[in-house]
Design a protein around this ligand. Structure first.
Ligand code: SAM
Length: 296
């Protein structure tokens, strides 16, 4: 786009205006992130070195990213990682980019598992259903790596998408958890009680976006539709999982399910009709975000 070596300040201003013209709501931030990433630095370094110039390769890379970002591709796919739950996760088009609200569901499952382990219970199984990039399972693996290594806890991360599981495997490997997490391509909890143990703790962030909301959905269109599309009212997959929980979970087990805006009451009612005890937990925006289910 420009022929001479461009100072970072000029590149940032150019990128900002280009992205603003393309309709990006976070044009300035995106511009700073991409220019900084093009020179292998972060935004604070960029702010302190406005006079440094981009070399040709960095310039070409930045220009390519700007075209892709202007078309709506998420930053996390362009730079290949997302900061989530205090750690950097590899992200690409094989799986959903983890969202901040999912940190709450992961944290609730951590507290539950910690209680169970502190009771001295052994041979527990925790299961992240629809693991995607492996985000939630990684939180559990980091927190309970000793229990995993000692065999007190088994951690299963499953997904219907083998592409997503491949990315999850790369993330587990990058964090040193090779061999400590059982990765399975599976439809919901289908292997539980057959060739894998029934889980004591289930955590699931399944697709819950109503299909109609995905038509012309901007940057959501870059993420796998299987990771987002929850059918006509968004609850197809979650209903399916809840209905199987009484048979697939271990006695006394619990499940932590992330839901979308306005969905918690229906999920809670279904679970109660199946004899489970239910709790609902809000996220930081005050939205009912996690439904807690306990089996008899
Ligand atoms: C909303 S994404 C969540 C990914 C990840 N847990 C996270 O929070 O970032 C939902 C995931 O569920 C997976 N999925 C969809 N249908 C499924 C099914 N029937 N069984 C298992 N996983 C499924 C998708 O492939 C996707 O990875």
């Amino acid at each position: 786009m420009v022929a001479t070596a461009e100072p970072l300040a000029d590149a940032t201003a150019r990128a900002w205006h280009l992205l603003a013209a393309a309709g990006s709501p976070s044009a300035r931030l995106d511009a700073e992130i991409l220019v900084a990433h093009a020179v292998g630095r972060d935004r604070s370094w960029l702010a302190a070195h406005p006079e440094v110039t981009l070399d040709q390769a960095a310039q070409a890379q930045l220009d390519e990213w700007l075209v892709r970002r202007a078309a709506g591709e998420p930053i996390a796919y362009l730079r290949g990682w997302k900061e989530w739950h205090g750690h950097r996760l590899h992200t690409d088009a094989r799986a959903l980019i983890p969202r901040p609200e999912t940190e709450i569901v992961a944290d609730l499952a951590v507290v539950d598992l910690a209680h169970r382990l502190s009771d001295g219970t052994d041979a527990l199984t925790a299961w992240d259903v629809g693991t995607g990039s492996g985000a939630v399972a990684l939180v559990l693996a980091r927190r309970f790596h000793v229990a995993l290594a000692l065999g007190r806890l088994r951690l299963v991360a499953s997904d219907l998408s083998s592409d997503a599981l491949e990315l999850a495997a790369e993330n587990f490997s990058a964090d040193g958890f090779d061999g400590l997490v059982t990765l399975v391509v599976a439809d919901l909890l289908e292997p539980a009680g057959r060739w894998l143990p029934r889980p004591d703790v289930v955590v699931a962030n399944l697709p819950y976006v109503p299909s109609a909301q995905l038509d012309g959905a901007g940057s959501l269109g870059f993420e796998p539709s299987r990771a987002l599309d929850g059918g006509p009212d968004g609850l197809d997959l979650i209903r399916c999982l809840v209905s199987t929980l009484p048979e697939t979970m271990a006695a006394g087990a619990s499940a932590w399910l992330e839901v979308g805006l306005g969905q918690a009451a229906e999920v809670a009612a279904l679970a109660e009709s199946l004899g489970m005890t239910v709790g609902v937990h809000r996220d930081l925006a005050g939205i009912d975000r996690a439904v807690e289910l306990r089996a008899e």
